[in-house]
Each structure stands twice: as C-alpha cells, then as structure tokens.
Write a new protein. Structure first.
Length: 401
C-alpha cells in the first residue's frame, strides 16, 4: 500500500529546522531535569517499600494522602491501579515509601509505618476485634482450635488447620483477598453456620486488605540502575557495529546519535510530566532504541540502492529521494504503532501508564529523528569531510561519481 506517489520534499533543505527543534526539545526537557535535581526514579532503582492495598469500594486517595502526610510521609507515592493485571479490580492502590536509613530494619520499619497508617486511617472496629481480611492461616487455626465451633474436642487441631487453610484460600483466591461479609465463605467445605457465627463474633471485616508488599534495598536499586544503563549502552554499541559493517561507520554513528537523541528527549519528557523511571520504562526505552534504529536502517538501505542508480546526483538529492520513497512505509508503520500505544496509554491503566507514555513519545521522536537527525548528519559529514559528495561509500555499494 502506498499513500503518496511522486513526493518531492526537500528534506535536507529543512535540516536546520529539524536540528533547531531537537535542540529546543532537549533544552526544555533537560532544564526540567536539572531543575528537579535529576530524574524521578521508582522504587525499583532508589530502594524502598511498595504496599499493594485492595479496598472494598473506590479507594479514598485524598484520605490516604492525608493520613500519610499526618504521619510525616508526605513524599510517599500513591498510585491507583485500575487494569486487568489486578484481576479486573478497580479498587487497588499502590503506596510507595522511599527508603530511609540503612539495612533490613529500615525497610521493615517503612513497611510497618504504612500498615500502621492504614489501620489508623481506616479503623475497622471500635471493639478492637482483629481484621479477618488481615489474619493469616496459623492465627486463624489457633482461634478456631480455641473456640472449637465444631465441638471436636481433643481432635480439633488438624481439622481446624485444614479448615483455616480452606477459609484463607477462599478469601485470597476467590475474593481477591477481601471479603465484605462472612456469608461470602458459606460455600467453603466445613464452614458450617456455627463456624461462621464464631468468626463473626471473633473478627471484624475491614474495608481494605494488604495484597502484597515488595521491598527493594538501596544496594539492589543502585545495581538495577547500573545494569539498566549498561543494557542500553550495550544495545547501542551492538547496533553501531552492525550498521558500520553493513553500511559505513559514519552511517552507524549517525544512527546511534539519533537514538541517543530519542532517549534523551524521552527522558526529558518524563521529567516534565513527573513520571517515574522504573524497570518497565527501561524496557520501553530499549524497545524505542530498536524501533528508531529499524526506521533509520530502512532509509539508509534505500540510500544505498539509490547510490547505484543515481551516481551523478549529489548526496543530498539522493537522501531526499530515498526519504520520499520510504515515506508511505514510514507513515503506515509509525502511524499504526502510534495509535496502538496511544490506546494503551489512555486505557491501559496506571501500571502501564509510564511504559506506554515512553512508547508514545518514543514512536513520534524516533520516526522524526530517522529523517530529521540521522540523514542530515550523514549529509553534513560528507559535505565537510573533504569529498563534498563526489565520493560516497556505502558498504559493498561503494561508488565513485
């Protein structure tokens, strides 16, 4: 499919506008980075505690934030999760507490601080009954053994251990870790009316439950950050070697500079819009590196073909023609990819928001840099390297005009 026929745009004549736009975007983005004293790293990289909480109804974000602020944890991050990755629940919240201090004790302290604030903010029962949504299997088994609602006598131990396992499994697996009424457990094997009545007398039902707690130490976070940087640099180095071998070193250098340009602009946008850099964002940046490089290689490959056919034409004309010939392909692939990641950004939920934002910005900037940055660099180099377009070598297609 070809949208445009006979296109004759002088892309190289507009190279100065492309370069100006790139410098402007880089300046704005990295002014924001410097103003904010660096990028916003997620718990993955800076270390800290992530607590995943599920509420029985719409999470009261303002109330959670007020409780954290009252406890002196105003810098904690609160992120509402609303996507299929949480089993379809719309009532999950992720609370992140930055690491303070050193060692496992500091991490455990952070975890307990969030739990205490939640229990204080959302107190479930004035009588002080323990919350059934927070009870573990062993404590539940001990309670049932003590109360003996099935009148089992001395043989109660093993039987109540099994029953406690079934009850907690039903709560966690069938009800997502949160029941709203003890009748929700009526279908559990062994949960007789006497058992349910005993549970009702001994426990309250809170309006939230802790789904999971993730703890990342500062050393692990620093190691992950270094590995992420190395992974990106290794990817760029490998692509530089490939393009230098396939075409010529200046083409590889131009492609790598264009990819650096894409990554730096994307990181600048992350700072402008206050998105955190996490492991999923690093995955998006590596995807962006490959996507941008692929688009650049398509244009360079067409340049190589046209060098054989247009031996007497100056290099800027050959590059212009090559970009115009691949314009339909660029619009089709980049346009469809952009629509896909845009839908993912708008409807993918908070968990994928930063990842999809990186892809939205990256697809636009990566497509533009292929003809606006990489191609002009090749033309400028050949102009000022002494040959001035008289001799252009591209891999095995080296030709002398």
């Amino acid at each position: 499919m070809e949208f445009f026929r006979g296109v004759n745009v002088n892309w190289m004549g507009k190279a100065k506008y492309f370069l100006t736009l790139s410098l402007l975007l880089l300046a704005i983005g990295w002014f924001s980075v410097l103003k904010s004293h660096g990028l916003f790293y997620g718990i993955d990289f800076r270390g800290g505690t992530l607590v995943y909480v599920r509420f029985a109804s719409t999470p009261p974000i303002d109330k959670i934030r007020a409780g954290l602020s009252e406890a002196g944890l105003a810098n904690s991050t609160i992120q509402q999760i609303n996507d299929i990755s949480t089993g379809g629940s719309k009532n999950d919240v992720m609370i992140g507490l930055e690491q303070k201090g050193q060692g496992d004790e500091a991490l455990d302290t952070g975890k307990q601080a969030i739990l205490d604030i939640l229990h204080k903010t959302f107190g479930t029962d004035s009588t002080g009954k323990p919350d059934f949504n927070s009870i573990n299997r062993s404590d539940l088994a001990a309670y049932l053994t003590q109360k003996d609602p099935l009148s089992l006598g001395t043989s109660a131990g093993d039987r109540y251990n099994q029953l406690a396992q079934k009850l907690t499994d039903a709560r966690d697996k069938d009800h997502g870790g949160l029941i709203t009424n003890f009748s929700d457990l009526a279908n559990v094997d062994g949960a007789t009316p006497a058992v349910l009545s005993s549970l009702s007398n001994g426990f309250s039902i809170g309006n939230f439950a802790i789904r999971n707690v993730d703890i990342v130490g500062p050393k692990v976070g620093g190691q992950l950050r270094r590995q992420a940087i190395l992974a990106t640099l290794y990817a760029l180095a490998g692509m530089l070697v490939y393009i230098a071998f396939r075409f010529e070193w200046v083409y590889g250098a131009a492609a790598v500079i264009a990819v650096f340009h894409d990554v730096l602009i994307t990181l600048g946008f992350f700072s402008l819009f206050h998105y955190e850099i996490s492991l999923t964002v690093i995955a998006a940046l590596l995807t962006l590196v490959g996507y941008s490089m692929n688009d650049t290689i398509v244009i360079f490959d067409r340049v190589r073909e046209n060098l054989r056919l247009m031996r007497r034409e100056p290099l800027p004309e050959i590059v212009n023609k090559s970009i115009n010939q691949t314009l339909s392909r660029t619009i089709l692939t980049s346009g469809l990819t952009f629509l896909t990641v845009l839908v993912l950004y708008m409807m993918g939920g908070e968990v994928l928001r930063a990842f999809s934002f990186a892809m939205v910005v990256g697809v636009v900037v990566g497509t533009y840099s292929s003809f606006g940055i990489a191609a002009p660099i090749v033309v400028i180099w050949n102009k000022f390297s002494g040959s001035r377009g008289a001799t252009v070598r591209v891999g095995s297609a080296a030709k002398t005009a």
